[in-house]
Design a protein around this ligand. Sequence first.
Ligand SMILES: [Zn+2]
Length: 224
Amino acid sequence: MIDYEIFYRRSRAFSNGAKRLRNSKQSATQPLCYSHFSFYQSRDSYVVDDAQSIETFFRLRDDIEKLSLAQYFCELASELAPEMEESEDYLKLVLNCLYMLVSEKRSQTFLKPVIELRMLTLAGYMPSLGVCSACGKEPEGNVFFDIHNSCVYCAGCRPSGERITKGILNAMRHICASPAEKLFSFELAPDSLKKLSSISERYLLTQTRRNYRALDFYNKLFRE
Ligand SMILES: [Zn+2]
């Protein structure tokens, strides 16, 4: 795992000055670099004064699928993390997912729904995945996930929406509620992971009501 040396605040800063920085500093302002920045404020914007790279994730550039997924992870954080507030949890999540991606400790199909659901949870979009929203009982067998109302129903109450297995439901519960250090500690069969990825993506698009350019690019290349 990576040591986190800075407290991350999502902010918009201009790095025009980076061109004037010494060569050793230039890599710190490249995409997918985890870096320590010093800013100064200029009127209503921030300007990068100094930058030191901590982790470059350069190996992602050797694989277009991993690279496009990594850019999607960063776009998610850019869109969902609060601006100008401490957002260390978002930073840790993105860094850990990039680390898992580059080290191949977890597959792309595993990491995509993990980051989508976990980041939605951080951003206040956590679905209600406990008991059936109609009868209040623990759903057994097939479960129905309502992506519009962010809740689940048992087959006896409302067999509509996305049908998921109990295994997928438990994986979703784990992703949303487990402690950060246990986030990647679950298993799901490849077919179920694929289904989970499809559901988490549609849930993300439905709840946040926006498109993600990096996701469109990733899907065009690897899903169509
Ligand atoms: Zn029910």
